[in-house]
Design a protein around this ligand. Structure first.
Ligand code: DUC
Ligand code: ZN
Ligand code: ZN
Length: 485
């Protein structure tokens, strides 16, 4: 047998199901052998005392995304994937957004041009459909799904993105016909507009009123509606960035009725609260994201959702803007309220340490749940398995070595993203990724960037095994109550 390129020796390997001592042999970027006494290799990495985990897959990040007039996102592909790699990730999935009046193909061409040669980790794009014209749904999307762009996000809020219920139904019907996978941002646009107008008229303009403008029922109602629309079409759906127990309960109830409804939550809903948006002057803007962080009860509910499998994926929703910058979180001159603070916070580098520390180190979840929630389930859900998301012979050698005992106090100055702050400043974590290996090549080791910026590649994806079977022409829709488990 040909010599191995690399052996990771002496570590403890964990997958979504098992934890075991073994060495990992790598050849040509893939895992070639698992076992003991694997012989010789060009490079031997000593992993004694370390955990050997699948590299993180963050299936929800935003890089160099058009964010409106005068606003600039803080990360491009270079800084975004660099930060991801330092945080133990090997694949990230950003969104390619269709602008109203434009097609998906051109948007993809432009987005690929931004990513080309600028990725330290692998990437794979979701689409965002903002203008579901007959051309987009009838021609472009079916062809793009065949080309490996097998998931897309739709929004129920934001002026330039929100789809009507009719459009949601049309988009979901196309997902069912093409076997693509629908992700939903569930917030009620009209309710947010109404509340925002009222708050502004009352002079309530500080950043923390962002939270007041999007209370829990705004999210719960839209979650319920998205699930109902998906049930009518009989199509699976992923509710992204779930922030609280009431929305989580909507998902849990749908799952208990046998519906293919999935949920995602994020670090901000585990360790931040609405109080963080109350900082002096504009400081609260550092925490403005949508849905907003809530309260302790909502945090507990999100933990329950992770522990019980209501949430199958834990993502960062990394959506970075600089704070001390008129193109970022500071309200531009002439604008007056929280309405103008860009929604989103950085987090791709801190997602894994926060869940490891708060989850595994504190005994809330097992190490195997951690792997499932941060890597394996993302790969399965979005058509990257078995190539990605696990440690198995034949899979890509995407691996993060973890020091489970290392204590780190999170500080912006130590992170590698393009933002000038982290909303997680000062949080002490136990457990840190000390080496990140992408397809057999070390990208980050001991706090140093070693990888090449053109090592990362764009991954075409299979259809999600959870999506509707293809070729399923819609001749009938789900009668009410037909989905009891
Ligand atoms: N939705 C996201 O997914 N990210 C940032 C902002 C938003 O509304
Ligand atoms: Zn969203
Ligand atoms: Zn997002």
């Amino acid at each position: 047998m040909a010599k191995l390129d690399t052996i990771i020796r002496g570590g403890t390997v964990a997958t979504a199901s098992d934890t075991f001592r073994c060495d990992v042999g790598i050849r040509d970027g893939r895992i070639a052998q698992l076992g003991e006494d694997l012989g010789q290799a060009g490079e031997v990495i000593d992993a004694a005392g370390l955990l050997v985990l699948p590299g993180g897959i963050d299936s929800h990040v935003h890089f160099c995304q058009d964010s409106g007039p005068g606003i600039v996102m803080a990360d491009d592909f270079e800084s975004g994937t660099r930060s991801a790699a330092f945080g133990g990730n090997t694949t990230v999935m950003p969104f390619c957004i269709q602008q109203k009046g434009h097609g998906l193909r051109q948007a993809l061409k432009d987005y690929h041009a931004l990513a080309e040669g600028k990725c330290y980790t692998d990437v794979s794009f979701h689409l965002v459909i903002s203008d579901p014209t007959p051309q987009v749904l009838g021609q472009e999307l079916p062809a793009l799904v065949d080309d490996g762009y097998t998931s897309f996000k739709v929004f129920m809020t934001y002026q330039d993105l929100a789809l009507s219920d009719l459009q949601m139904l049309e988009v979901m019907a196309t997902a069912r016909e093409t076997g693509s996978f629908v992700m939903v941002h569930a917030e009620n646009y009209d309710a947010i507009r109404f509340l925002t107008d009222r708050l502004e008229r009352a002079g309530h303009t500080a950043p923390h009123f962002h939270g007041t403008s999007r209370p829990v029922p705004v999210e719960r109602e839209a979650t319920h509606r998205a699930i109902s629309l998906a049930e009518i079409i009989d199509v699976p759906v992923m509710i992204v960035h779930v922030s609280n127990g009431e929305a989580m309960e909507e998902i849990r109830r749908a799952q208990s009725r046998g519906l293919k409804v999935f949920g995602e939550t994020c670090p901000q809903y585990l360790v931040l609260t609405e109080k963080d948006m109350e900082g002096l002057n504009m400081e609260g803007a550092k925490y403005v994201c949508s849905p907003p962080p809530r309260d302790k009860a909502a945090q507990d509910a999100c933990w329950l959702g992770l522990q019980t499998g209501v949430f199958s994926v834990f993502s960062s929703d990394h959506c970075p803007f600089r704070y001390d910058d008129p193109k970022g979180k500071l309200i531009p001159k002439g604008r007056t309220s929280f309405r103008w603070v860009p929604n989103g916070i950085p987090g791709v580098e801190t997602r894994l340490p926060i869940l490891f520390s708060e989850g595994v180190s504190k005994g809330r979840i097992t190490l195997n749940q951690f792997v499932a929630l941060t890597a394996t389930n993302h790969a399965k859900m979005y058509g990257l398995a078995p190539r990605k998301g696990t440690i198995a012979v034949g899979s890509d050698a995407d691996i993060a070595l973890w020091d489970a005992n290392r204590k780190v106090r999170i500080a912006a100055q130590d992170l590698h993203h393009g933002a000038d702050y982290t909303p997680y400043e000062g949080i002490e974590v136990t457990g840190w990724p000390v080496r990140t290996i992408v397809r057999g090549k070390t990208v980050v080791a001991d706090g140093k960037l070693i990888g090449a910026m053109n090592h990362g590649t764009h991954l075409k994806r299979d259809r999600s095994p959870y999506a509707a079977p293809t070729g399923k022409q819609i001749t009938s829709f789900a009668p009410a109550g037909s989905h009891k488990g």
